[in-house]
Design a protein around this ligand. Structure first.
Ligand code: GAR
Length: 204
């Protein structure tokens, strides 16, 4: 069983999709801990409801970002965490943290990377006028939204779409590909070669 920690800042619907797929027996993993940097995050409530250990760690309580991240590292190590899943975690992890968990942190981003990095990606896509956008699951490296790509899903952008319309359609795909990516990692079927992520065949 792969030991997972999830970091989330918001409503936690991606967190929930991973919980549901673990509960149904589809992913051989265990969520040891949910950490949020926001006290009002819906993800904390979901964790409570599911009986998953959850902590609000207030970054403002630490003098430096390094102090905050050292606290996080300590908690993860205590639980023997092998994979950190960022699910709507709206902070950039420092090189120190990323190095500590090299190739053990994944993120979901609501665009087809490398397009529309950063914040408000769905609005960026609508404003740009692209016909297709989507979502990306990737390993986290020291850049912003730049790490090796594990999975992507394509979503059509309709002429009348608002950013919220597009976000809702993309979110549905996020809830499919994020659990799929976690499953691949939990099954040991992922191999990183430079920028490329190879997916190994399922053992029969
Ligand atoms: C998701 O759309 C996720 O892709 C996005 O935040 C939302 C979180 O929703 N993440 C980012 O924009 C990261 N830069 P959720 O809290 O319901 O999972």
């Amino acid at each position: 069983m792969l030991k997972i920690a999830v970091f989330a800042s918001g409503r936690g619907s991606n967190f929930q999709s991973i919980i549901d797929n673990i509960k149904s027996g589809d992913i051989p993993a265990e969520i040891k801990l949910l950490i949020s940097d926001r006290q009002d995050a819906g993800a904390l409530k979901r964790a409570e409801h599911e009986g998953i250990e959850h902590l609000f760690i207030d970054p403002d309580h630490f003098e430096t970002k390094a102090d905050y991240e050292e606290e996080l590292i300590g908690l993860l190590e205590n639980d023997g965490v092998e994979l950190v899943v960022l699910a709507g975690y709206m902070r950039i992890l420092s090189p120190l943290f990323v190095k500590h968990f090299q190739n053990q942190i994944i993120n979901i981003h609501p665009s087809l990377l490398p397009a529309f990095k950063g914040l408000d990606s769905q609005k960026q896509a609508v404003d740009y006028g692209v016909k297709y956008s989507g979502c990306t699951v990737h390993f986290v490296d020291q850049g912003m939204d730049t790490g090796p790509i594990i999975k992507q899903a394509v979503v059509e952008v309709k002429a009348e779409d608002s950013a919220d319309d597009l976000a809702a359609r993309i979110l549905k795909e996020e809830h499919k590909i994020y659990p799929e990516a976690v499953k691949l990692i939990a099954e040991g079927r992922i191999k990183i070669e430079g920028r490329k992520v190879k997916i190994l065949k399922e053992e029969k």
